[in-house]
Design a protein around this ligand. Structure first.
Ligand code: TNX
Length: 524
């Protein structure tokens, strides 16, 4: 029997517990910066247990008069506006303000241009770097330590709290790229811009555009206009295709540059060239234009490596492309030239390397190019053949790591994946994450590696939703491999951080693959 007194005690206890619960739900939760799920994982985080709050009194201040830093401040204000509804002012100041967000170039670049430091106290959030690129990377961290709903496009209720403490951060590799194949299926400027926005959130700094292949030529070349108008007129499965005008390409380059992303344009040659061979008869050894091609088998096409006009063509294309491309690299493909005789392939690559150099650029080629005499300032992109990578290193060239069994984002996750291929492997998230560019190929050491690049080939990928599904969430893992030094990387810990990005993906309307390996549920 429970008497009245016991009943009262029980009620008091319940009321008390409810009150505590209520307080803990509404009052400021003591936050711990070191528990935030930042991807890629920063070099170091120290928490001080308090909160900085973004509200209608918050300003973004930048030190000095730099137009570039001002634009970075405006970019941040633009990212914060939709969900908070705040019109945050961006103002120049001579020295550190008492409160608000403060961007300053007072940091150093000892750890590279992209290093940054965040010092967050109750009233002031200081982001310092030695160069604007570092400020931009630091802003991605700020976005990730705000609540996930900051990424929603409609106004939300606050509070907009950030845990206090210090983050010091810089990348392990200077090249962290993604390749998008716009040849097999064409993707317009707005899709590419969304892609750039999504990859920049994970501190990717290179977008490699695969601009030509058997199935389509995607960039206007004024001296050879049929390349785009005819060679770009279709795509895999015979759809309409398309191409970027030079103005559109420049617009993409600028958009990427504003996000500190370098565009690497690729013109694949001497194989993978049917779109060009169909556009200009003289590029064929028999002088006859080929038919446009909409299948997915490759290895049948080759430029005529023994004709002078071929090198005039390449010189014109590279000249126009180099003039539109501020980045240091032109990618010349060079893969799977199964219809080019080895005795023709090697002098061809050597000549093209000189042409590219004459226009002030360095070459990147798929690792097949190591059969030629490559310069030490050329780069071989490893995709399949370990011997090729070693041969490139033996010539003093560095490697960009894109092993197809780890970093090919067109590979299916598992047998149930509806799009994609699986010729290299099925790549689940743990496999995409668990490898180290510095030890991946015996004989290729860390100092031989420029960085990493994930590649999305698009034979089976026809729209933005499919792109997002194949890229997310494998890309954040590859981005972490490029940014975060290997002793700090651990799949079991990473998958917990990734789980918390599920809400961010949703807020950004990213169509991602909900891998069963990740504990998405049970996460706020
Ligand atoms: C191999 S990787 C290719 C591409 C295909 C891809 C499909 C490489 C250098 N060549 O042409 O699109 O496989 O996964």
């Amino acid at each position: 029997m429970i008497n009245k007194k016991q009943n009262l005690t029980a009620i008091t206890i319940i009321a008390y517990v409810m009150l505590i619960l209520q307080i803990s739900c509404t009052a400021k939760t003591p936050t711990d910066l070191s528990k935030e799920s930042i991807i890629p994982k920063p070099v170091s985080i120290t928490a001080t247990g308090d909160n900085f709050t973004l509200n209608d009194g918050t300003g973004i201040f930048y030190q000095g008069e730099s137009e570039e830093v001002k634009q970075i401040g405006q970019y941040l204000a633009g990212r914060l506006k939709p969900a908070t509804g705040l019109n945050i002012e961006v103002k120049s100041v001579a020295s550190e303000p008492k409160a608000g967000i403060y961007l300053t170039l007072s940091g150093d670049t000892k750890q590279g241009d992209e290093s940054y430091e965040l010092v967050i106290s109750k009233n002031l959030l200081i982001l310092s770097a030695g160069s604007p690129a570092g400020l931009f990377r630091g802003i991605q961290t700020i976005r990730q330590i705000l609540p996930a709903k900051i990424e929603l496009s409609a106004k939300q209720e606050g509070p907009w709290e950030i845990a206090t403490g210090t983050i010091k951060d810089y990348p392990d590799y200077s090249y962290r790229g993604v390749m998008l194949d716009v040849s097999r299926h064409f993707f317009g400027v707005s899709d590419v811009k969304r892609f750039i926005d999504l990859i920049s959130y994970y501190k990717i700094n290179v977008l490699h555009l695969h601009l030509s292949d058997d199935q389509g030529w995607r960039i206007e070349i004024k001296s050879w206009p049929n390349l785009a108008t005819h060679g770009g007129s279709t795509q895999v499965d015979g759809g309409n295709g398309g191409y970027y005008t030079q103005d559109q390409y420049s617009d993409i380059v600028k958009y990427a540059m504003e996000r500190y992303i370098t565009i690497v344009p690729e013109i694949d040659m001497p194989g993978h060239t049917n779109a060009a061979l169909a556009s200009y008869a003289e590029l064929n050894c028999n002088g006859k234009a080929t038919e446009l091609y909409t299948g997915i088998e490759v290895g049948f096409s080759t430029l005529c490596t023994t004709k002078d006009v071929t090198y005039k063509f390449i010189d014109d294309v590279v000249r126009e492309l180099a003039a539109l491309t501020p980045g240091p690299y032109i990618h010349i493909g060079g893969d799977e030239s199964h219809s080019t005789k080895p005795e023709d392939y090697i002098p061809f690559i050597n000549k093209v390397q000189e042409i590219v150099a004459s226009h002030g650029k360095q070459i990147i080629g798929w690792d097949d190019i190591s059969a030629a005499t490559i310069k030490p300032n050329s780069f071989a992109q490893h995709w399949a053949n370990v011997k090729n990578a070693n041969a490139a290193v033996a010539q003093g060239a560095k490697i960009i790591m894109s092993p197809s069994i780890k970093a090919y984002l067109d590979m299916q996750y598992d047998k149930s994946t509806k799009v994609g291929l699986h010729w290299a492997a099925y790549i689940e998230l743990d496999s995409a994450y668990n490898w180290d560019p510095a030890t991946y190929i015996p004989g290729v050491k860390k100092e031989n590696v420029l960085g990493v690049e994930a590649a999305l080939w698009t034979e089976t990928i026809t729209n933005m939703n499919d792109i997002e599904y194949m890229v997310f969430p494998r890309l954040p893992g590859i981005a972490e491999i490029g940014w975060t030094a290997s002793p700090l990387r651990n799949w079991d810990e990473y998958k917990g951080r990734l789980a918390k990005h599920g809400n961010r993906f949703k807020a950004m309307e990213i169509d991602y693959f909900e891998s069963k390996l990740v504990p998405w549920g049970g996460v706020k």
